[in-house]
Ligand binder design. Structure first.
Ligand code: IMP
Ligand code: MG
Length: 232
């Protein structure tokens, strides 16, 4: 049943496209590697779910690209729903979990495929699995594009894993840093200078428009502009 993905080394030969070079240090997984691996995963998952009533539950927002590519390879009938769970503020360390969207489909007695972008500490999957189990599905299988096994703090495993990656903070192919970079077609490692920009300020709306807070927003906007300049 379960499959572990190929182990990705810290380097790849692929060059970062020029327009991303100032922000993305290197490409970890290319778009072609991703596409090939997702086709394999789809086949394995289909074999296991054949003849069952499948409900795909995907976690927002990081799974957008992975989910779309995964399910377009399925030829079995399925229903799709989303849960919103956010574990990061604007930084790179796991914070408190906030449920931003609850499941709407009834999964009782159904076979659920839970899809997430990356399994890191495991807090997100652990909590979401608890919520879904309480809804009494027939069974749940978990599927993640990336696994950072060395970061795990919770006792949780994924049944299907796209790639095993080292402990880098990665962006692209749906994964973000401070809500940016989701649109990159590859998975890459950010330049450390991007973290140092203090991105907490970027997406923060000031509570009061005092002279002081306006100044802070101005600084944040300048940083945001710096990031936006590099967008296609
Ligand atoms: P966990 O709860 O620590 O396992 O983290 C899972 C969530 O954190 C994922 O669904 C991602 O949204 C986010 N995350 C973890 N590691 C990374 C990363 O390297 N880049 C971007 N997002 C990440
Ligand atoms: Mg996520």
């Amino acid at each position: 049943m379960a499959s572990t993905g190929p182990r990705i080394p810290g380097r790849s030969a692929a060059a970062v496209p020029v327009r991303w070079r100032k922000e993305v240090e290197r490409i970890l997984i290319t778009d072609r590697q991703i596409a090939r691996r997702i086709r394999q995963m789809s086949r394995e998952i289909q074999r296991e779910f054949k003849g069952r009533e499948m409900v795909v539950v995907s976690l927002l927002n990081g799974t957008v690209m992975f989910l779309a590519d995964l399910i377009r390879n399925f030829s079995l009938p399925l229903r799709l729903d989303f849960m919103g769970v956010s574990s990061y503020g604007a930084g790179t360390e796991s914070g408190d979990l906030v449920v931003t969207k609850e499941l709407r489909l009834d999964v009782r007695g159904r076979d659920v495929l839970l899809v997430d972008d990356i399994l890191d500490t495991g807090k997100t999957l652990y909590r979401v699995l608890g919520k879904i189990r309480a809804l009494k599905p027939r069974r749940i299988r978990t599927c993640v594009l990336l696994n950072k096994a060395e970061r795990r703090t919770e006792n949780v495993k994924a049944d299907y894993i796209g790639f095993e990656i080292p402990d880098f903070f990665v962006v692209g192919y749906g994964l973000d840093f401070a809500e940016s970079y989701r649109n990159l077609p590859f998975v890459g490692v950010l330049h450390p200078h991007v973290y140092k920009l203090g991105c907490q300020k970027i997406n923060t709306v000031p509570k009061k428009k005092t002279r002081k807070t306006n100044k802070k927003v101005g600084a944040g906007m300048r940083r945001q502009n710096h990031l936006d300049r590099r967008k296609p």
